[in-house]
Design a protein around this ligand. Sequence first.
Ligand code: SF4
Length: 363
Amino acid sequence: MPARSDEYAKSAPEPLRWRLTDDDAGQPSLFEERGWIPGRDELAGIELLHVRARSVVNEVPDGAVVPFRWTINAYRGCTHACVYCFARPTHEYLGLDMGDDFDRRIVVKVNAVERARAELSSPRWAAAHVAMGTNTDPYQLVESRYRLTRGLIGALAECDTPFSILTKSPLILRDLDVLEAAAERVEVATALSIGTLDAEMARLTEPRAPSPAKRLEAVSRLNEAGIPCGVLIAPVIPGLTDGDDSIDAVVRAAVEAGATSISAVLLHLRPGVREHYLSWLGARDERLAGEIERRYRSAYGPRADRDALARRVERLTARHGGVRPVVRDVGPRRVFPPPPVADDRQLALDVAPTGPTAVTERH
Ligand code: SF4
């Protein structure tokens, strides 16, 4: 069916055009001959594929060492286009490439909110913590049009389901009203991913993500509004953003922004992403690319480097005054266990992605 020119009427999400693939059931061949819709206005240069998902609340694969069991990802691909993005290989499961396609061809689960509401209101749903932002960014550019993350927040709260959101975008502030309403009812945790404060370096490595300064401002505003917001220094990139001054600057700014947690994740280079990243790096600094290739015997980088990074961040956080404690005031409906704590050990999955449902890790 051809793409229609009226796909971008203001009342997003759009009515469904196609019975397409359930992306989480993984039937890439169904993508053939389907229409990609060209983006307009702020989405110019981006193509979108509407799909109807059979299920959107996904359980993390067995063996994954992450602090959550359930995730929702309304989009596939990410307009932020980070060169190191570990979710890139998931695009290949869809018959797309992990380079430009990942950055510019975004799969949109247009029925995500409707499906989430159905699944979360099932008597079988135990209201476990759901994490958003585990694979691609829930506030990437296309969310400004589709508003699926906004709808999901409402669905999660209505179904008494605690949740967390990780993003690189201050677009999350657009949803402050629904986050505040949700926090009256369930436990809500948010975090901004900020790997460096160096705007030039961020532009180079995360070319279409909002600036670190804007992300920091979002951390402040969320915390001021009573929505707990932490900072994930991720990824720390060897040779580019792992200098003492760089990490110190992020930690200091995070403490000043009232972050409720601060942790760091060393660059991960899984098969596929490794080649993509090293090729990008090699074109700019051949010597550094060679060094990283030698050092990264495992996808997570040297264990000693990861441990040292965790200690550095802990020390710096204490030096700058520590994190702000989370005040829990979730109302009388239910008592929730503490939210997952993002740390390097927990974020590292012990399993490689095995298919379309594979959770990578927090970005
Ligand atoms: S690292 Fe996160 S923000 Fe960057 S491209 Fe990947 S999913 Fe998007």
